[in-house]
Design a protein around this ligand. Structure first.
Ligand SMILES: Nc1ncnc2c1ncn2[C@@H]1O[C@H](COP(=O)(O)OP(=O)(O)OP(=O)(O)O)[C@@H](O)[C@H]1O
Ligand SMILES: [Mg+2]
Length: 218
């Protein structure tokens, strides 16, 4: 069975498709067989990005498909090591199904209390349906200035959830990169301590830890 990493949120526009594409781009650089499953059949953000990406001769190819249901997305799952699931900008009956099957569930949020509150509510709801905290992670996205990180860390710490290290700053270079079929990790050569690199590395570590925990359980 492949590893499954999903991006969920109660609010739209928080960065699910952005992070899903970044994870797909980074994990495709190794030997992993990766599929990016777009469950947002109306917007098809990942699929449309994949079309722009195909025009770029130098871009590493990524397998991307749109699926009406999570079950459809898993049909050929034996052919993949990692399935990245991008979901629509609202929760639905499918949210629990996706979360239950995921080794890691990432909920992106901005640093505003307006977004942090529904993020924590969603994590509570996921715990209530039996998903353990160690499979859940919050990712801070669309940060306008570094001081916002502390507000978010304090809020998430008080709620007792894991906020991944680093954050994704709001950058015009990220917008244009995604417009031309690149992931934000491919936008510019960033320093090792760039907050985006810290977040992506933290996410990869979290996925590796959950994969190892799954194997120990058998
Ligand atoms: N760090 C960033 N810097 C600049 N623009 C960003 C950043 N993150 C996301 N965006 C832009 O903000 C918009 C929303 O981001 P994204 O599509 O990733 O969110 P989403 O959670 O998938 O939205 P939806 O709920 O509608 O699916 C997009 O236009 C995206 O290109
Ligand atoms: Mg999206």
């Amino acid at each position: 069975m492949p590893l499954i990493v999903s991006f969920l949120s109660q609010k739209g526009g928080v960065g699910k498709s952005t992070l899903a594409r970044a994870l797909a781009a980074v994990s495709s650089t190794g030997h992993l067989r990766v599929k990016l499953a777009d469950l947002d059949v109306q917007q098809q953000t990942a699929v449309r990005w994949g079309k722009a990406r195909k025009q770029r001769v130098s871009a590493l190819p990524i397998e991307i498909g749109a699926f009406r249901s999570f079950e459809d997305a898993l049909e050929d799952s034996d052919a993949f090591d990692l399935i990245i699931v991008d979901t629509p900008g609202h929760t639905s009956a499918a949210t629990g199904t996706v979360a239950r099957a995921s080794h890691v569930v990432v909920v992106p949020t901005s640093a505003t209390i307006d977004d942090l509150y529904p993020t924590v509510l969603l994590l509570h709801a996921l715990e209530e349906i039996g998903i353990s905290r160690n499979r859940l992670a919050i990712a801070l996205c669309r940060v306008l200035e570094p001081g916002e990180e502390k507000t978010a860390r304090d809020y998430v710490d008080a709620a007792g959830y894991e906020l991944l290290p680093g954050f994704i700053p709001e950058r015009a270079t990220y917008r244009s990169a995604q417009n031309r079929g690149q992931a934000l990790t491919e936008a510019v050569d960033a320093a090792d301590d760039d907050p985006t690199n810290l977040l992506i590395e933290g996410l990869l570590r979290k996925i590796a830890a959950q994969s190892a925990a799954g194997k120990r359980k058998g």
